[in-house]
Design a protein. Structure first.
Length: 282
């Protein structure tokens, strides 16, 4: 598993969170999406945001860690962290990926991360279907109080245009791609027949779904997912990536649509992703 893993930390003691953050800092392939001393707030966060796993304390006064796991989304995995060994059996009964004793030791945490990567890779290879409504983005605007829910797998790319950010969806881009192909065929046939064809009148171009959030804010939300910034104005869903050449990418199913890319130094994560591979031996 090459992509970065996302997590939150839940512990009712702030010093324990600070110690965990210090242990996590050297791991550049981990992204901490948030820390919570209140497990109820953490559960609210998980209902609206996806992470790969939770680094979770067991002994908490309001909602203990074992009860927490029963209420969180089933797709999210857990590494328990506690000062007491006697909870180990209960932790594994909850199908925890690992069980760490406080204070967290960096070397031991590294082993836990390796186990987490293996668990997530095995789950992905098992092809167990995930609810389509679990990975989603809630678009704000452009009208006040207006919201649009979009599943992550629908997003092909996101582009900043003037004063709005626009989401481009696969269903609409397929239609746009088909329109362009049909137009090219008509022009080619006319040229072969020696018929002068007037330049087609420009139709209303598909401009995606506008959003009031800035591209930077959107990137902060989707960081750690398959969505990566490839240009100062474009975020690409790498699930739709097909080829890269001459500072541009082509897209699966969308042969008439190309997107520009920035320089390697500006978007190292994307270029690193292109140099990676995923095989059963990874």
């Amino acid at each position: 598993m090459k992509r970065k893993l996302t997590l939150i930390i839940v512990d009712d003691e702030q010093p324990a969170i600070d110690h965990a953050l210090a242990a996590i800092t050297p791991f550049i392939d981990l992204i901490v999406k948030g820390t919570f001393t209140d497990p109820v707030e953490a559960l609210k966060f998980l209902r609206k945001n996806h992470v790969d796993f939770v680094l979770l304390d067991i002994e908490m006064p309001l909602v203990d860690g074992l009860s927490f796991t029963l209420q969180m989304p089933p797709e999210v995995k857990v590494i328990f962290c506690t000062a007491h060994r006697q909870y180990a059996i209960d932790a594994y009964d909850r199908e925890a990926v690992d069980y760490l004793l406080k204070p967290i030791q960096r070397k031991r945490f590294s082993k836990a991360v390796t186990r987490m990567k293996r668990a997530l890779t095995a789950e992905a290879q098992s092809q167990v279907p995930i609810r389509n409504d679990y990975y989603y983005f809630m678009i704000k605007g452009p009208i006040r109080y207006h919201r649009t829910k979009i599943n992550f797998d629908e997003i092909v790319y996101i582009e900043s245009r003037r004063d709005h950010t626009h989401f481009f969806l696969i269903s609409d881009l397929r239609k746009e791609n088909k329109r362009r192909i049909e137009q090219e065929i008509r022009q080619q046939r006319a040229a072969e027949a020696g018929i002068a064809v007037a330049k087609p009148a420009p139709g209303k171009a598909y401009e995606g779904i506008p959003c009031v959030l800035t591209l930077q804010h959107v990137m902060e939300i989707v960081n750690g997912s398959t969505l990566m910034q490839i240009h100062k104005s474009i975020i690409l869903n790498t699930d739709y990536f097909r080829t890269y050449a001459a500072k541009s990418v082509t897209l699966k199913e969308l042969k008439t649509i190309k997107l520009p890319t920035g320089a390697r130094r500006g978007y190292p994560e994307f270029f690193e992703w292109m140099n990676n591979h995923n095989s059963p031996n990874d």
